[in-house]
Design a protein around this ligand. Structure first.
Ligand code: SAM
Length: 298
């Protein structure tokens, strides 16, 4: 009797030892796999940030699909008061303060002029062509009309292109070339019929549907800019604050205000990847994670 129960206990113990050994094996395999993944991450950490993106360049069909999601917010939003305020229309919401609205463009124009001085010994005084990606209510375009002969604008929203046109018409500027973004990014850029001297995009890259999309815009615009052309792009930077972390396309209708952000070094490398020479990162605003990049075409 005693012998029987003793041998049962020994058997049970042997089984538990065996199970324990199996669990140890499984744990060792998990640790080995994690080690491999860590090695892989370390290797990727040595790759320039711009090449770290897991997403391939978006196809033209992919752009068209993304544009439907983006246009649902910027063109077709049910709340027009919200939409026009968010698009920086003169007189709408926050922009009832007209001076505040004008300051968007006036302050940016100072920066554009400084950049032109920096890049060219003798900046063009005639025939300057400026492209704004995402002009909204046209404050930047209005201010830029004092130095540009031609103003190009690409936007996802016909309403915003029209409002910018209305503002420019009010200032008797008639060389405005609005381009509606419907199909692919390269189709829109292909509609620009002359080389671009200055590229401007402020308060727009954070509304892009993905990080790769922003890189696609940089690549496409770069192809229209000759050596010596220059640009200013404002982004929201990603410093780990979850509020500004990039969101999935599925979340776009709720998360469009903070849809996309880049680490500062990542965006610097992205500019290099698009054949630009970054010159400066400035105006870092840690309250809303804004940073502004100044660059020229290589
Ligand atoms: C916040 S407003 C900025 C307006 C202006 N740039 C400024 O600084 O006042 C954002 C603008 O980007 C446009 N936009 C949003 N997503 C876009 C996209 N994928 N391509 C082009 N424009 C886009 C919107 O329609 C709107 O005109």
């Amino acid at each position: 009797m005693v012998d029987d129960s003793l041998s049962h206990t020994v058997d049970a113990l042997a089984k538990r030892v065996e199970q324990g050994e199996q669990q140890l094996d499984a744990l060792q395999r998990t640790v080995a796999n994690l080690g491999n993944e860590l090695d892989q991450l370390r290797r990727e950490g040595n790759v320039p940030a711009s090449q770290r993106s897991k997403e391939p360049s978006t196809t033209p069909q992919g752009h068209a699909q993304l544009h439907r999601v983006v246009a649902a917010v910027w063109q077709d939003h049910a709340d027009e008061k919200y939409r026009s305020d968010m698009s920086h229309w003169r007189g709408a919401g926050r922009w009832a303060d007209i001076e505040l609205w004008e300051r968007i463009g006036k302050d940016r124009l100072v920066q554009v002029k400084e950049l032109l001085q920096r890049v060219h010994a003798e900046p063009k005084t005639d025939g300057l062509r400026l492209l704004e990606w995402g002009p909204g209510g046209g404050s930047n375009l209005l201010a830029s009309s004092s130095i540009a002969s031609d103003l190009y604008a690409v936007d996802i929203s016909q309403k915003n292109l029209d409002e910018s046109g209305r503002i420019l018409k009010g200032a008797n500027f008639d060389r405005y070339h609005p381009i509606l973004l419907e199909g692919s990014i390269s189709d829109a850029v292909g509609a620009i019929d002359h080389p671009i001297d200055v590229f401007l995009s402020t308060a727009v890259f954070q509304h892009f549907p993905s990080k790769q999309y922003g890189l696609d815009v940089l690549q496409a615009v770069s192809s229209k800019m000759p050596s010596g052309a220059c640009g200013i792009v404002q982004i929201r930077y990603d410093n780990g604050n979850p509020k500004f972390a990039p969101k999935s396309v599925a979340e776009y209708s709720r998360g469009h205000i903070t849809a996309t952000s880049y680490a500062i070094d990542e965006f610097w490398d992205a500019l290099v990847g698009a054949k630009f020479v970054p010159l400066e990162v400035r105006d870092i605003n840690s309250r809303i994670n804004y940073a502004t990049f100044l660059f020229k075409k290589a």
